[in-house]
Design a protein around this ligand. Structure first.
Ligand code: SF4
Length: 258
């Protein structure tokens, strides 16, 4: 499934979550109304306005969420509205995660959410200097028998070809971008704090990618899911072509196949 149709899945799910949010607001209003009328009648009208505004914001934000994906958005307007849209999308995804049944559907939803977040970044048509880009990957990409400590210094990798780390290092060197491998969220955050990149290309599983992308908001992050042919967190792999395309999209340059 391509990123566009995957994003449509997120928007369809988001419609459900937005409706749920509006219903919840309406229900709260209905429940509060009799009590307010009895004990604080002066608050009845402000409460009416508050809940009406809440529902209108919900509907308006959902329309913006769709418009941002479907229609061309001027770069400056896009930049201003991004933090709000990302926060709203995050809220809808949080709700959806609790109502969508089944692991398979939840996984598809997570993919769709990641694709939507990627689209938010891509539609800004950013141009970032390579030295301001960080490629961040999890430790499980490294071959489990490799004796080299790449989390301390990625240049310890001998590029032997036993795992994708060597190829990613070659690509990052060709591009002039930073590349770091993190053993967990704490180290990843520390790397981001130290390097202060302007954009990140992150590779991880659904859970880590989503929490990482949300953590570093409003920093633009393009997420790429890892492949797990040996199960989770063990000798994982990544689509190097997709990684190169993301890097090229951010820098506007072309890199030879490494
Ligand atoms: S490519 Fe690098 S990290 Fe991977 S096994 Fe070889 S030396 Fe180790």
């Amino acid at each position: 499934m391509n990123a566009r149709s995957s994003t449509s899945i997120f928007l369809a799910g988001a419609a459900l979550a937005a409706l749920l949010l509006a219903l919840l607001a309406g229900l709260c209003h209905l429940l509060l109304q009799p009590g307010l009328a009895l004990y604080a009648p002066v608050l009845v009208r402000p409460a009416d306005w508050f809940f009406a505004l809440l529902i209108a914001t919900d509907v308006g934000a959902y329309v913006l969420l769709c418009l941002f994906f479907l229609a061309p958005v001027p770069a400056r307007a896009g930049q201003r509205i991004q933090p709000f849209l990302r926060t709203y999308a995050r809220l809808l995804f949080f709700l959806l995660r609790h109502v969508v049944p089944g692991k398979k559907r939840q996984k598809r939803l997570a993919h769709a959410y990641i694709d939507y977040l990627n689209q938010l970044v891509l539609r800004r048509h950013l141009r970032v200097r390579p030295e301001k880009i960080l490629i961040l990957t999890p430790h499980c990409l490294q071959w489990d028998q490799c004796p080299h400590k790449i989390t301390r210094d990625i240049h310890n990798c001998r590029q032997c070809g036993r795992c994708p780390v060597g190829a990613i290092l070659a690509l990052s060197q060709a591009a002039g971008a930073h590349f770091a491998v993190a053993t967990g969220g704490t180290l990843a955050r520390q790397i981001v704090r130290d390097l202060r990149p302007k954009a990140i290309v992150a590779i991880a599983c659904e859970r880590d990618l989503i929490s990482g992308m949300e953590d570093v908001m409003p920093l633009p992050v393009l997420g790429l899911l890892n492949r797990r042919p040996n199960g989770p967190c063990f000798n994982t792999d990544v689509d190097l072509h997709a990684l190169r395309v993301l890097l090229e999209t951010l820098t506007g340059e072309r890199y030879e196949r490494t």
